[in-house]
Design a protein around this ligand. Sequence first.
Ligand SMILES: Cc1cc2nc3c(=O)[nH]c(=O)nc-3n(C[C@H](O)[C@H](O)[C@H](O)COP(=O)(O)OP(=O)(O)OC[C@H]3O[C@@H](n4cnc5c(N)ncnc54)[C@H](O)[C@@H]3O)c2cc1C
Length: 503
Amino acid sequence: MKVPRTRAEDAFVRRLVSVFGNDNVRLDDAERFVHSLGKGYLDLIRAWKGTPSSVPDVVVYPSNESQIEQLFAETANWNFVVVPYGGATTVVGGVESRSGDAKVVVCLDFKLMNRVLSVDEKSLLAEVQPGCLGPKLEEALGSLGLTLGHFPQSFEYSSVGGWVATRSAGTESTRYGKIEDMVEGLRLVTPQGTIKTPLVPASATGPDLRQILVGSEGSIGVITSATLKVRKAPRFRSYAGVLFKRFADGIEAVRSMLQSDIVPNVVRLSDPNETRASMALASHDGSSIAERIGTWFLRNRGYFGNDSVVMILAFNGPPEWVDFERRRALVTCKSFGGFSVGSGPGRMWYEERFDLPYLRDKLLGMGVLVDTLETATTWSRLPSLHSQIMGAFTAAFQELQVPGYAMAHISHEYRTGASLYFTFMAKQLAGREEEEWHLIKNKVTNVIVASGASLSHHHGIGIEHAKWMEQYYGPLGIRVLKAIKHALDPKAIMNPEKLLPAE
Ligand SMILES: Cc1cc2nc3c(=O)[nH]c(=O)nc-3n(C[C@H](O)[C@H](O)[C@H](O)COP(=O)(O)OP(=O)(O)OC[C@H]3O[C@@H](n4cnc5c(N)ncnc54)[C@H](O)[C@@H]3O)c2cc1C
């Protein structure tokens, strides 16, 4: 583990201790090393090698908003930058300790600000501190028969502040929306003061300030609380699995469902490559006779061909509604040639949904590069974008001369389009891991942005996507975003090099 000496002067550290308390100001190497990393592929490589790209000079644990305001007041006396740190599950370099011009980096970890502050059961609103992780939030809401309904696959380790800061999407976003749809109000402490957005269900008060703060990725201030729209916890859950002979048929079935107001909690349609990989993982010797007979039957009906794909669906709610929606969804699938295979695949995915992403960490230890990337586009552009991205992966593997595999699924569906989520694997080039990853990432992201699809549907921008922001929003759009940053953070102390391209 290579950790450079802290650049924080003793007098600055003494001032931090007077604000945050002795135990909540940490300078030791282990603490600083841990806080230098997120969970992206590059972070894992750096953790593996013990060579982070940059390390915070000091880690502090605020326990209230006033301490953060006092920290910002110190910008008049000291040269430092601030990196907000939630669950550190960012996969785009969101918590990297960049300081541009060699200022001291203060990492603000919200672990101590982790409470559900209040629940308004009448209005179905919960005010939550930024460091509250998914399980703690759902436990508190569950005790009142409520849920937020936001379940990203990083649910166990990611925080409310991180979700709001990155416009996160949960696995049930098709029905419940992304986190930005769940935010009723926010408190944001900026270097220029504190903003509290009004708590109203809707308004006609000019541009939506709240939505400018959501997704700001720590680049203009610190979210110190979010008031979230919660809902009654569903009483019943049902699953379905459907096979299609072609990916195109599955896509049309999903589109038709969403455009007929059939909105399941989860619709996840794998492409042929992901379907083959899932079936290989599922076909272990423990299969029952019934499963084997079923497999034989489907193979003979052409549903296990090279092009066939699997869709899994989940529905939550009152039993009669779930039953009705499930039937409508299956009828739609059938009209596009879908063959229902029962609830098994959906149930299996649901049970493993928080574990699957961490297979990546194990494969890394076996010399395999594994990562994911995602985008979103309209239904009319989705099939061709999928093919173009698969082509870009193939071109990247060829250029690197490594065996590789890419696969995708459609999830997070809307009436107008959907998110495409890719997983890619390649033989790791020992000693050139970062260069290899950048080549693949650049090739694919160039295709995404050139096609007009979203630069990110839910992972956010961080460092890794910042260089494409100008192409994505255009020069005038970027000027607007920079002007907002300048108004709230004129000394540019907030999360340097994230979100916006460098000046
Ligand atoms: C295995 C795995 C699965 C994942 N699955 C999903 C998924 O299903 N859906 C999804 O959307 N994402 C997913 N992600 C990405 C990641 O979990 C999300 O981006 C998540 O919202 C980050 O939350 P966090 O608390 O970990 O934030 P962090 O990683 O700590 O921070 C993310 C960004 O937000 C800023 N930030 C954090 N807290 C605050 C605050 N209080 N105020 C201001 N800025 C702040 C940070 O500075 C950083 O720029 C996954 C990641 C992993 C590793």
